[in-house]
Design a protein around this ligand. Structure first.
Ligand SMILES: [Zn+2]
Ligand SMILES: [Zn+2]
Length: 277
């Protein structure tokens, strides 16, 4: 059943990507085929690596769930609703920390390396989440008693929802923008404009950005420029997946003390936007 859902998602996603490519061509927007090939190679690598790492992470989640005395029912709406809300809260912090801590950014910057915001760019995902420890953020869910299969379902729905946010096509969606992460909000997230850096970290919901003060609204006065502040000049999937790790390790080596190296890894990835000249 799960395989069928994944197949339907893939077919619908493919159809929408085709429609978007047609729309971009028709409206005179660029469509970088070399970058698309890079994205697809990164996505293929990510599926292989996460397929292997997922075995270990699932075992850890299962061990956590078997050890905790707590049990959350899976046949009630409130339990699923609460699971959704808590997972959105944890996702917000996982994503925010992925931008604010270099060890995590080394994985997450891959997602921000595309310089055109198109639907397939959603699949530019890092290969090293297992090493950065991104899975630790969701460990509270099995510890609170939700079965790992339920946790995986909610996270998968979050990521599938987010696929449709990676596009320049959909307009501002009015009142929905108050509650949900939308294409407009996520365009801001992918922009490297000074006013848009480190904004809109939400997954399905945008409410935690509003609560914690990281929400920014897209404005036509400041059109989004997509990609990294310092772009990766390559479509080679290995360069895209590892360039920030090699830059970070070089900076750690340069610091010449363990404490200095740890400070690099735990520190902000670049110059903080509020402290930029
Ligand atoms: Zn991000
Ligand atoms: Zn994104």
């Amino acid at each position: 059943m799960r395989g069928e859902h994944a197949l339907v998602f893939a077919l619908v996603a493919f159809a929408f990507a085709g429609l978007e490519a047609w729309w971009r061509r028709r409206t005179g927007r660029s469509y970088d085929i070399a970058a698309l090939k890079g994205t697809l190679a990164v996505a293929a690598g990510q599926i292989v690596v996460n397929g292997i790492a997922g075995i270990g992470i699932t075992a850890i989640y299962m061990a956590a769930w078997s050890m905790t005395p707590l049990r959350m029912p899976l046949d009630t709406v409130w339990s699923w609703g609460l699971l959704f809300l808590v997972s959105e809260f944890l996702y917000y912090w996982q994503h925010r920390m992925s931008h604010e801590v270099r060890w995590l950014w080394a994985t997450h910057n891959v997602h921000h390396s595309a310089e055109e915001l198109t639907l397939p760019a959603a699949f530019r995902l890092g290969w090293t989440g297992w090493l950065s420890g991104l899975w630790l953020f969701f460990l509270p869910l099995p510890l609170l008693g939700w079965h790992p299969a339920a946790v995986a379902t909610v996270i998968a729905l979050n990521l599938r929802f987010q696929y449709y946010l990676h596009s320049e096509l959909p307009p501002w969606l009015g009142p929905l923008e108050w509650v949900f992460n939308t294409p407009s909000a996520h365009r801001v997230h992918h922009a490297s404009n000074a006013a848009y850096i480190d904004k809109n970290f939400g997954g399905v919901l945008i409410v935690f950005d509003r609560v914690f003060g990281t929400y920014a609204r897209e404005t036509s006065l400041d059109p989004c420029r997509y990609g990294l502040v310092e772009p990766v000049p390559s479509n080679n999937p290995f360069v895209i997946a590892f360039h920030e790790w090699s830059r970070m390790l070089a900076d750690m080596r340069r610091s010449r003390s363990l404490r200095g190296a740890l400070r690099v890894a735990a520190g902000y990835p670049g110059q903080r936007p509020d402290r930029r000249e």
